[in-house]
Design a protein. Structure first.
Length: 199
């Protein structure tokens, strides 16, 4: 004979197992109990709903995080682009200052703009900073520095490649590699090739 407690346990096992019981013995006598397995769905449904709600919440947080990361990336790219545009004009101004000083035979600007380990390559060979400065001589009277066609490409926020040409008696093509350290731009490499005279 099964007691009330045992009967309850049996019913619980039957519910979990998804089976039906025909009869059991209890203090109330022999009774027939029918268990509908659909009750399992009633118990499980709220749990599935909670799980789905949790998944939706997690997806929402992930999507929001992705949006924030994307926006932050775009803002950073915009800031770098705007900063590069400002530095382009600054580098062109420095190059013009450098070229004008060389025409005048002034070595002060070269000493400031040329990095200590700068490398120069031209028709005279390969030179370092000291050789470049020593090679600066005043140009003939009336000579002007006339650069044109500037192009500046930033490899990163602190490194830029500049190309341009010059007009006049000393027409040539130039390539300069600029590097910024401690907020100061300097030339770390430069090359020059004489322009062919037009026939």
């Amino acid at each position: 004979m099964i007691g009330t407690t045992d009967a309850a346990k049996t019913s619980a096992l039957a519910l979990c197992g998804g089976i039906s019981l025909s009869t059991i013995e209890s203090p109330l006598g022999r009774q027939t109990i029918s268990i509908n397995t659909s009750s399992m769905l009633i118990v499980a449904a709220p749990q599935m709903g909670v799980h789905a709600t949790q998944q939706d919440s997690i997806k929402g947080r992930v999507n929001m995080k992705s949006i924030l990361v994307t926006v932050a990336t775009l803002l950073a790219m915009f800031a770098v682009t705007a900063h590069a545009a400002d530095d382009t004009e600054a580098l062109i101004a420095l190059d013009k200052q450098w070229g004008e000083s060389i025409v005048k035979g002034d070595t002060t600007v070269s000493a400031k703009l040329l990095a200590d380990k700068v490398v120069s390559v031209d028709q005279n060979g390969v030179m370092g900073k000291q050789e470049m400065i020593a090679d600066i001589k005043p140009a003939p009277a009336g000579t002007r520095y006339e650069p044109t066609g500037y192009k500046v490409t930033f490899m990163n926020p602190d490194t830029a490649i500049m190309t341009h040409s010059t007009k006049g008696a000393d027409a040539h093509y130039s390539l300069h590699v600029w590097s910024r350290k401690g907020g100061t731009w300097q030339i770390v490499a430069t090359s020059m090739a004489a322009a062919k005279s037009s026939k």
